[in-house]
Design a protein around this ligand. Structure first.
Ligand code: 4AD
Ligand code: MG
Length: 444
């Protein structure tokens, strides 16, 4: 039977593509459609050049009066910076175009016209923070946000692969974990509550059920510090594991840090390049990381000219000077117990120091993780609390854990914003988080 083709119409469907895909798989002469925002705009006679950006990249679009209808040309003329647009056209290779290709538009639609965009060159940092809700569109923030997304994703993936359970702890709490001086007090129906400084004590409760647990949540510190690494609200990845020693948990951490850094190298080289990050430094992040004793780090500090002695706390400036020449993350172990919160387990062989560690990021960044072995003996815990003038009655449920089948255990907290600050090679932690919070800033 003859087949009639009379009623079949051929329709070419052009599927909208992300710009990155166009640049990667596009070929000369291919017809494409992209959706995005106007990044740059310039007019030259009867031709308008628009650089369009989407979440993935930028591409130049050429709108020639002779190639589009009058309405579309008007659209192109009115498409000022940050207007949203839908463009269709033919792809052409052009060395001079910012990303090697340009689209010769056959259609150009203005979807949402932008008012005059309030961001242009050389504006102050404070101003850019005031309009962070718009600054998130910048290529730098776009790159940082992608590295951030990879970091969270890879963290979850790592813990999942290692057999850890994700748990959730409350943010309204009634105790200090890291000392009373940095607690945010919140009125709570006629009582006082606090915003959590760390979910550690809650994680310790979960290990008696699940053994290996972690959480990713904000922590809050009412720190008046104006350093390059302090936020009042930061993202905290904390883990706790039954039966593990300080050394065991450090091994876990170096594997974790390596895993996330590898994930970023695999997924975000383009972003790291855009941020001018020296990738070779990240390629060095491989286990094992050195373990230095606190007392030896004091000597390193003295050798680089710091005025510190055994017993000095290491703050942002000291850690910056000490780690400036470090090429890999480095553990510092066995801090004097006086420098650390009461829950750290004193070393049975030298009770003046604790079985703890900080992980210092290299290149001047400093502490990104704090952790260690916890006191798991009831009497030892009560004694340490009394030495620190803490009232055991304020920590009833935490102490309870030492009464009902206590176990040796260890854990740590990774400051995710600090991690991103280092990995992305940023100058200040405020660039590592979309909406930074510090003493002066709670908006936008
Ligand atoms: O060293 P910290 O205070 O340790 C704890 O909170 C433990 N309870 C964690 C645990 O063992 N579960 O904080 C842990 C990490 C720091 O190493 C740092 O990376 C980050 O949290 N951090 C901050 N990040 C940004 N701004 C701040 N103000 C921070 N304070 C701590
Ligand atoms: Mg610390």
């Amino acid at each position: 039977m003859p087949i009639s083709i009379k009623y079949i119409t051929l329709k070419i469907i052009i599927i909208a593509m992300k710009i990155e895909e166009v640049l990667k798989n596009g070929t000369e002469g291919m017809e494409v459609e992209i959706k995005g925002w106007v990044y740059r705009w310039r007019e030259s006679g009867k031709i308008i050049f628009v650089i369009v950006r989407d979440s993935t990249d930028i591409i130049q679009v050429v709108i020639s009066k002779s190639d589009v209808n009058d309405e579309d040309f008007k659209h192109a003329k009115n498409a000022n910076i940050e207007s949203s647009v839908v463009v269709r056209g033919v792809l052409r290779k052009d060395e001079r175009a910012p990303t090697g290709f340009e689209i010769l538009a056959s259609s150009f639609k203005l979807i949402g016209k932008s008012e005059n965009f309030p961001i242009y060159k050389d504006q102050s940092d404070e101003y850019l923070l005031d309009i962070r809700h718009l600054w998130l569109r910048s290529r730098e923030m776009n790159a940082i946000l992608k590295i951030r997304a990879t970091s969270f994703y890879k963290l979850h993936e790592f813990f999942h692969n290692e057999g850890y359970y994700e748990v959730q702890a409350p943010m309204f709490v009634s105790n200090a974990v890291e000392g009373g001086s940095t607690l945010f007090e919140v009125p709570y129906f006629g009582r006082k509550a606090y915003l959590t400084q760390s979910s550690q004590f809650y994680l310790e409760t979960f290990i008696f059920s699940l053994e290996n647990v972690y959480t990713v949540a904000p922590s809050f510190r009412a720190e008046k510090s104006r350093t390059r690494r302090h936020l009042t609200e930061f993202w905290h990845c904390e883990a706790e594991a039954a039966w593990l020693s300080n050394e065991d948990i450090m091994k876990f951490e170096e594997k974790m840090i390596t895993y996330i850094v590898d994930g970023i190298l695999e997924n975000n080289t383009k972003e790291l390049k855009l941020l001018n990050r020296d990738i070779s430094m990240l390629e060095k992040v491989k286990p094992p990381f050195d373990r230095l004793k606190y007392e030896d780090v004091i000597k390193i500090g003295q050798n680089v000219g710091l005025d510190i002695d055994y017993g000095s706390d290491l703050g942002a400036d000291e850690e910056h000077a000490i780690t400036k020449k470090f090429e890999k993350p480095t553990f510092v172990v066995n801090y004097p117990k006086k420098l650390k919160p009461f829950y750290h387990r004193p070393d049975p062989d030298n009770p003046d120091v604790v079985l703890n560690h900080d992980l210092l990021a290299p290149e001047g960044y400093g502490e990104i993780i704090g952790g260690g072995e916890r006191i798991w003996d009831y009497n030892e815990l009560i004694q340490r609390m009394k030495e620190e003038n803490l009232n055991p009655n304020d920590y009833g449920w935490y102490i309870d854990l030492r009464k009902y089948g206590s176990v040796p255990h260890s854990g740590f907290g990774l400051g995710i914003d600090r991690f991103i600050w280092w990995v992305a090679g940023l100058e200040h932690i405020k660039y590592a988080i979309p909406y930074p919070r510090n003493i002066r800033r709670v908006t936008p």
